[in-house]
Design a protein. Structure first.
Length: 550
């Protein structure tokens, strides 16, 4: 895997963002002397997530509020509320707002306290676009992808209504995001058995009505606060710029938390190229120093008894305790695995750990029943064909199964309740040709005469057999989008921009679409056969399945 895959996992964690409640702290004790935390600091600051009652508002177990939607639905691109979506839109041609370098727009709230930048901090569908430079890259990638598709739809149809173009481009982007997630990212993370057991991979062609309205698709606590945080072990101490012709410049990741400077002046292109080629950190029980001892290192001295930096591993374990999740052994039983009764790595013990990992757990916990899920799952030995042990594989496969089978708007559905909401066979063929390498090639600018090249399976290393670097021209096959927009344009013209059920009842995907209307009647529509007849608009500046080789 590459840093692209490591940060794609983080990019998808928009569904696990909880609301914090500053009035309730759950600080982590620091024994002094500590080699990294300054003298006099006896605890690491930790704020609990806001509690909430069960869905029926009955007395019961404390739950937490998820600030994001619980689906792979692009809400990190478009936001989880209508108000945020409006702020992110450009109001012209169905486009999302960009800054003057085609990057994310300026955050109207400014930068976090203590952050000094020569440029500006970013705004996106979630609150983390400037958190680390490698996380900013996928945010910019999918922003540009949306605008590319919106422009292509406008050219192919002649439609100039902002709402129609925005919703259609958004619909295509979400489908492509789901397809890449389930057919490139998850196969690089999980083994064949887990992929097949939870029916995660899409069909090679055609529709698939997998929706089950009896499923509860919400994010389970074990996934959000433990299993999916496995991506933290993939983070490296460095980030880099690949300027081409062998010119690579590296930076300490701890120096650029919340600082977006590396994205400007073609930095996005340089960073994206570096991420596609550089190796990731090994998937194991260790976290690099940049996030274990120097996470969000503050430039401000003496901040209200807070530590100067944070330890992400400790925060992850404490977050599991904040949510009150059961220990590691309980989730082994949930996944059909045997409980560990003692610390030895023989049958009856920690059979999925190395002797070194088991010894480290024994030094920390009094009994295997005390092991925190994050510590126990992260330290498991990866199974063949995966980068994870069996417990985290099970929990991640289970959760992504819920996201797929519990999603009424899954891109492969036929939508029997409203057939015009479904993609046609012709459209699905184009969506299923999407690969992450095509997405990247479509949005990157060529700089200084240096043309981009990527491996076809972008989430895996280019050294893998039949995954050697190819030019973007070859990957895209002469089509800037990497797929044919014509089937989408023709259907949009037939529907005149509206998607209604047979009886005339509208099922809008977004509350704003219920007021959708065309700027002008039929005269603004033109055949995709003649894409030259397009109304100009003013821009506002503002697969084949990869192997599991790691």
């Amino acid at each position: 895997m590459t840093p692209v895959s490591a940060k794609f996992s983080t990019y998808l964690t928009h569904h696990g963002q909880k609301r914090k409640y500053p009035q309730f702290c759950f600080n982590i004790r620091i024994d002094q002397p500590d080699p990294f935390f300054q003298p006099g600091k006896t605890c690491m600051h930790f704020v609990r997530h806001l509690g909430a009652p069960p869905l029926r508002c009955e007395s019961g177990v404390r739950e937490q509020l998820n600030e994001r939607t619980a689906f792979v639905d692009g809400s990190m691109i478009y936001g989880s509320t209508f108000d945020l979506e409006k702020k992110l839109r450009d109001s012209f041609g169905g486009r999302l707002a960009e800054n003057y370098e085609n990057l994310l727009p300026c955050n109207e709230k400014g930068c976090p306290r203590g952050i000094i930048t020569k440029y500006h901090c970013f705004m996106a569908g979630d609150h983390r676009p400037s958190e680390t430079p490698t996380l900013t890259v996928p945010h910019i990638t999918w922003l540009r992808r949306h605008n590319l598709i919106a422009d292509a739809l406008r050219r192919a149809t002649g439609i100039r209504n902002d709402e129609i173009l925005f919703q259609e481009a958004r619909r295509i982007v979400i489908a492509q995001l789901q397809h890449v997630t389930y057919n490139e990212f998850l196969p690089a993370l999980l083994d064949d058995f887990t992929m097949n057991y939870f029916n995660l991979q899409s069909r090679s062609s055609g529709h698939s009505d997998v929706y089950n309205d009896r499923l509860d698709p919400r994010t389970i606590n074990a996934f959000g606060v433990a299993a999916y945080r496995m991506g933290h072990s993939l983070v490296r101490n460095i980030v880099g710029h690949d300027r081409g012709f062998g010119k690579i410049q590296v930076f300490n990741v701890s120096d650029f938390f919340e600082v977006p400077d590396l994205m400007f002046k073609n930095g996005y292109e340089f960073m994206a190229r570096w991420m596609s080629r550089a190796p990731k950190s090994r998937s194991d029980r260790f976290l690099v120093n940049g996030i274990r001892n120097e996470l969000f290192k503050s430039p401000i001295e003496g901040e209200d008894s807070e530590t100067m930096s944070l330890d992400l591993g400790a925060l992850n374990i404490q977050r599991g305790r904040d949510h009150g999740i059961p220990p590691y052994n309980a989730y082994r039983e949930f996944c059909g695995l045997r409980r560990a009764r003692f610390f030895a790595t023989v049958p009856g013990g920690l059979v999925d750990h190395t002797p070194q990992a088991a010894a480290a757990l024994q030094r920390t916990y009094r009994h295997p029943d005390d092991i925190d899920l994050y510590a126990g799952g992260l330290s498991e030995t990866p199974r063949k064909g995966s980068i994870l042990g069996p417990t985290f594989q099970c929990l991640i496969g289970y959760q992504f199964g819920l996201y797929k089978h519990g999603d009424r708007f899954w891109y492969e559905r036929t939508f029997p309740e409203n057939a015009v909401a479904a993609f046609t066979q012709e459209e699905l063929v184009q969506i299923k040709r999407t690969t992450y390498s095509k997405v990247m090639c479509s949005v990157l600018k060529n700089i200084g005469g240096h043309f981009h090249s990527f491996q076809p399976r972008l989430l895996l290393r280019p050294e893998i057999e039949r995954n050697q670097l190819q030019s973007c021209n070859r990957i895209l096959r002469g089509n800037r989008l990497g797929f044919d927009i014509t089937p989408f344009a023709r259907r949009l013209l037939r529907l005149r921009g509206r998607r209604r059920a047979a009886l005339g009842v509208s099922f809008p995907r977004n509350p704003g679409t219920r007021f959708l209307r065309l700027v002008k009647p039929r005269s603004v529509f033109y055949s995709p056969i003649n894409p030259g007849r397009v109304f100009p608009i003013r821009r506002r500046i503002s697969f084949h399945r990869p192997k599991r080789t790691i």
